[in-house]
Ligand binder design. Structure first.
Ligand SMILES: Cc1cc2nc3c(=O)[nH]c(=O)nc-3n(C[C@H](O)[C@H](O)[C@H](O)COP(=O)(O)O)c2cc1C
Length: 175
């Protein structure tokens, strides 16, 4: 296994392209010279272990289910030892249409990564969202990662992504 020292591995899963578009935005902000993008459909699992800094992106579907590539990958992901890794998460969802499952996938994958040794960075405030319940919440005020909503708040996406990406850049210690 080759080591990608000082680089960021960004692993995303996206059914209709929204999470993928955000992956490219994040890559463009951090710089393609340090970020490698992977569609989770195309990976086995050990690729993640080459990086000390990981960004995991996924949408939520069908009342709180993981996006399909992440759903297929879930078992292999759960077997990875992530100790020593700094992991940031972001997700796409629909806070009005799926108000009791908003961005659940981010919470499911984030909590599993933490259980498997990762240090989670990139917490994000819940202020400005109107969902009822979300597994991505770690308390009433905080999501475990960046939650986006292209269905209802697309005008906020660029600003949220820009602020959050700068935040994780600092938390990774990359600037
Ligand atoms: C049938 C259907 C089910 C959905 N279920 C959820 C859900 O349970 N929770 C949520 O937050 N968003 C849900 N969404 C919203 C999607 O996650 C959202 O449209 C997202 O931007 C899709 O991102 P992607 O194109 O990267 O897959 C659902 C959308 C559809 C069409």
């Amino acid at each position: 296994m080759s080591r990608k020292e000082g680089r960021v591995g960004l692993f995303y899963g996206s059914d209709t392209g929204c999470t993928e578009a955000v992956a490219r935005m994040i890559r463009d902000i951090l710089g393609s010279s340090i970020v490698d993008l992977y569609d989770v459909y195309d990976i086995e699992g050990p690729e993640l272990l080459e990086y000390d800094f990981l960004i995991l992106g996924l949408s939520t579907w069908h009342d709180g289910q993981l996006q399909s590539a992440w759903d297929d990958f879930y078992k292999r992901f759960s077997q990875l030892n992530l100790s020593g890794k700094k992991v940031a998460l972001y997700g796409l969802g629909d806070q009005y249409g799926y108000s009791t499952y908003y961005c659940d996938g981010v919470g499911v994958i984030g909590k599993l990564a933490e259980k498997n040794g990762a240090q989670i960075v990139g917490h994000w405030p819940t202020e400005g969202y109107e969902h009822d319940e979300s597994k991505a919440e770690i308390d009433d005020d905080t999501f475990i990662g960046l939650c986006l909503d292209e269905d209802n708040q697309d005008e906020l996406t660029e600003e949220r992504v820009t602020i959050w990406t700068k935040q994780i850049q600092e938390e990774f210690g990359l600037n």
